[in-house]
Structures are given as structure tokens and as C-alpha cells.
Design a protein around this ligand. Structure first.
Ligand code: SF4
Length: 489
């Protein structure tokens, strides 16, 4: 049952350094915070991708909060009896259900992590591997990927519906190496007709020839790390590119025949206000791209930008201002015809990121490379297993070279935990939770559970209910970290 909650207060923090000094401290206290989601993939390691990546699934941070607050997890390997019926989620929890096996079904997606970057951005705390002088390590990494992909293909045959190459900065690599990697995936798994094949690209740094090469190898979607259409903001972020290079990258994509494009934007930047957010969205939409992702800046204490904030050289917007930026983001995107289909993602109809939708819809996804997280369904269909690869490059290379699988942890998610995670992921989506699907997956009792859990939030305007189910409003998304925290305590 949800605990009693106070009405969320959006109050400016005492001094701007608070957000950098303790960015998570207020998350369960009713302050703003939405899923610090993914660029390109929902099941990422913290170092998987650019900008604001979550730890586990697309709702990684909210799940971690929920778990810290007491959400039940699978325990020791005790057979669960595969409880069926109205309350089977409760019947299964909290055992780990080791009796179940992974369903031998073709994986729907594959994520491959390429952790190399030319330099570190001012806000980045990911485990980035410097590209300079690291040619041998890059070659060794591609060799390790080849072996890990072979292991995965022997267990989970294709064909794949989606393939995603993220980083790091994949576009900073030798395009020939990336093309050979794509060829290997084709050979090992195959791709379904019309499969979505995405590569992350950062503007500048040789992006134009890279795009030309990978387009010829079947890449049909680019996720472009624009972040801002303001050179001052880009400089503050420590990005290597300029606004002009964003346009050059878009032109290169058009020349290569790739029109399924996504631009990343960041919100809550030092010195940013709602007008700047609206201007960034308008500039991005004016390029004609069919997809935008927009994430809130999050600073770990150790990163250079956080030190600048603590020293008073940069001023972060207050919580109330960030909340207004989020509302502005949604208004500006809607005005440009970009529909919010997820709390941080906007698309023209039909241009939603199919790979990421797979994470939010709990579809299985394989993962290769450092820090990547995979997921496969258990054979009863109501739970799943997640696994995480080694994050450190040298340890990953050593593990694979030694004949290992490079995986450092496995986590079976069943019973009430699976029900909670599935529900949180669905509430990230504009489509929300369908009663029939919830009942079909977790039993009829799950409908009453969610009705009771969401009841305190309907009066606040955070939840919209219909005969078909529930969804969060923009205000609900704005406070989604708090809501999920309360909901699944
Ligand atoms: S491009 Fe910047 S933010 Fe992205 S992983 Fe590399 S250093 Fe980090």
C-alpha cells in the first residue's frame, strides 16, 4: 500500500550547489524529478551512453529508489510453484524462482556498447575509455565483442527486430571496424525485414564519413547527440561540437539517405531558462527530425561541472524553474507536432524509437560490451532475468579472453517485483497501463492493487484514468520519481 504523502513542494533549493552536491537527496521528498532516461537504450549501464543514463532498465533510477525504499526483490533460489491466478504476483514473491528457465525465443533487440570517446564532457561521470593512443585496445575490444556475440547467438538465435550501437561515441571510431561489426551481427543473428538499426552519432569529429559508411552497411536510424542549439551551452557542457556541426551532421544523414533521425537535447543546464528550452526545441523541430529525446542534467559530485557549480562559477536553475522547463519542453514539442510517447521522448507518429520501446514494454533484449545490460523472459512469461556485463574495459577483455561470458551479475525479477517494475515502465509511456494487459500478465488482483496505489494521485492531476486503464499526465511525469517511490514502497 502506498504510504501517506505530503503534497509535493517545488521549492528553490537553498543554494545552487545543492543539486550538484546531493542530487538524489530530495527525490523522495516530493521534489521534481522524472525518469533520467536513456539516449538510445533503456537497459543501459551507467556508462553506456551519453548524457543522462539510467542504471538498469529505462526506469533504472526510479527502480533503484523504489528498492531503497523497500520494494521486494527476489531472494535465494527457492522454487516458487509457479503460482497462477488472481494473486499470483504475491504468491511468487519474493522468491527468485530458480525453477524457471529462460524462454528460448528469438530476442527482439540487441544493444552493443562502444565505450570510446575522444574527450570527456564536463558533466560526464561514465566509464569512458579515451580513444587517443588506444588503437590496440579498440581492436581487442572488437575481438571480444565478436566472441561475446557468438556466445549470445548460440543461446538466443535471431533474427533481430532492432539493433542499437551506443556509447561512448560510436561515430568517433573507424567506420570500417563498425561496418565489420554490423556484418558480424547480420551473420550471427540475422535481421528481420524492416529491422530498426540505430547508431549513436556525435556531431563533428568525422561524423560525415562515418555516416556515409555505416549507411551502406544497413544503418537506417541515427541518434544524434546535439544537446543544445546554443554554442554557449555547448561550450559549458564541454561538448566538442558546435551548432554548425549539428547541421552538417544532419546534412550528412540526408546525403546518406537516412531520414529516421533523433536529436538529443538537455534541460536544466546552467543559465538555462524556459525560453532557452523552447528555443532549443523549436530549432530541433525546424530541422525536420521526426524524434527528440530530452533529459534533465544530472551531476555527480566528481564531475568538472559540479565543481564549477560548487565554486559559484556556474548557476543551476532552481527546482521550480526546472519544473517549468519540463512543462515548456512538452508544450514546445507538441506545438511542433512531436508527440510525447514517453516522459522524455517525443516523435512524429510512426517515428517512435522501436528499440527503446522494447525496454519500456519489457521485451527481451540482448546486450554485448562493457556495462551493457540484457534481459530475457522466463518461461512462464510473467518474469524475466536481467544480466549486466563487466563495466571495466580491462576486466571485460580479460574475462572474455579467459573463455568467460563477461557477465558480472544476474538478477531474476519475479512476482511482486516484476509487477512493480513492469508497471513503472508502462507508466513512463503515454499509453500507460492497460487493465486487460495488467490482469493478463499478473492476475486479476493486480488491477485492484494498482487502483489502490494510484488513488492518492488522481486528485493531484498526476494520473488520468479511463475504462481502459491509467496513464500519467505531464505533471505526473514531472513528479514520477516521487510517485514511483511512493507507489512501490
Ligand atoms: S560523448 Fe561526452 S557525455 Fe557522451 S559518453 Fe562521451 S564523454 Fe560522456
Amino acid at each position: 500500500m502506498p504510504r501517506a504523502t505530503t503534497v509535493p513542494a517545488i521549492a528553490p533549493l537553498p543554494y545552487p550547489g545543492d543539486r550538484a552536491a546531493s542530487p538524489r537527496a530530495a527525490r523522495c521528498a516530493g521534489t521534481v524529478g522524472w525518469g533520467r532516461g536513456v539516449r538510445g537504450q533503456g537497459a543501459g549501464a551507467r556508462d553506456r551512453a551519453c548524457e543522462l543514463r539510467a542504471w538498469a532498465t529505462g526506469a533504472g533510477e526510479t527502480l533503484r529508489v523504489a528498492r531503497r525504499r523497500g520494494a521486494r526483490r527476489g531472494g535465494a533460489g527457492v522454487p516458487c510453484g509457479r503460482g497462477q491466478g488472481a494473486e499470483r504476483a504475491e504468491e511468487c514473491a519474493p522468491t527468485a524462482c530458480r525453477c524457471r528457465t529462460l524462454r528460448p525465443m528469438p530476442a527482439t533487440g540487441l544493444y552493443i556498447h562502444l565505450p570510446f570517446c575522444r574527450s570527456r564532457c564536463a558533466y560526464c561521470d561514465f566509464t569512458v575509455v579515451p580513444l587517443a593512443g588506444g588503437g590496440d585496445r579498440v581492436a581487442a575490444y572488437f575481438g571480444a565483442l565478436h566472441r561475446q556475440l557468438g556466445q549470445l547467438a548460440s543461446q538466443f538465435p535471431g533474427p533481430l527486430a532492432t539493433l542499437y550501437l551506443g556509447g561512448g561515441t560510436p561515430s568517433a571510431l573507424d567506420p570500417g571496424q563498425v561496418v565489420r561489426l554490423l556484418d558480424e551481427v547480420h551473420t550471427l543473428f540475422g535481421l528481420k525485414a524492416g529491422a530498426e538499426v540505430t547508431v549513436e552519432v556525435n556531431p563533428g569529429d568525422g561524423a560525415t564519413p562515418f555516416i556515409r559508411e555505416v549507411a551502406g552497411a544497413g544503418v537506417n536510424r541515427l541518434s544524434i547527440g546535439a544537446q543544445s542549439f546554443d554554442d554557449v551551452e555547448l561550450t559549458r557542457l564541454g561538448r566538442r561540437h558546435t551548432v554548425a556541426e549539428i547541421y552538417q551532421t544532419l546534412a550528412a544523414a540526408a546525403a546518406a539517405g537516412i531520414d529516421n533521425l533523433s536529436l538529443d537535447l538537455m534541460v536544466g543546464l546552467p543559465g538555462q531558462d524556459a525560453a532557452r528550452v523552447a528555443a532549443n526545441v523549436a530549432a530541433a523541430a525546424a530541422t525536420g527530425v521526426p524524434h527528440l529525446s530530452a533529459y534533465l542534467l544530472h551531476l555527480e559530485e566528481s564531475v568538472p561541472m559540479a565543481r564549477q557549480v560548487r565554486a559559484g562559477r556556474l548557476l543551476l536553475p532552481a527546482e521550480g524553474a526546472v519544473a517549468e522547463q519540463y512543462r515548456t519542453l512538452h508544450r514546445a514539442a507538441a506545438a511542433a507536432g512531436l508527440v510525447a510517447y514517453e516522459l522524455s521522448n517525443f516523435a512524429r507518429p510512426g517515428a517512435e524509437a522501436r528499440h527503446n520501446l522494447g525496454y519500456w514494454q519489457c521485451r527481451p533484449c540482448l546486450a554485448a560490451g562493457t556495462g551493457a545490460h540484457g534481459m530475457a523472459l522466463l518461461d512462464d512469461g510473467c518474469g524475466w532475468e536481467r544480466w549486466a556485463n563487466e563495466t571495466d574495459l580491462d576486466r571485460f577483455l580479460a574475462a572474455i579472453a579467459g573463455g568467460g561470458d563477461g557477465i558480472v551479475s544476474r538478477d531474476r525479477v519475479t512476482g511482486a517485483t516484476a509487477r512493480g517494475e513492469w508497471t513503472m515502465l508502462r507508466l513512463r509511456l503515454a499509453a500507460g497501463v492497460a487493465r486487460a494487459e495488467l490482469a493478463g500478465r499478473f492476475g486479476a488482483g493486480a488491477v485492484g492493487w494498482l487502483e489502490r496505489a494510484l488513488a492518492p494521485y488522481r486528485g493531484r492531476g498526476w494520473v488520468a484514468e479511463s475504462p481502459a486503464g491509467w496513464r500519467l499526465t505531464v505533471e505526473g511525469w514531472l513528479f514520477s520519481d516521487t510517485l514511483f517511490c511512493d507507489l512501490f514502497e
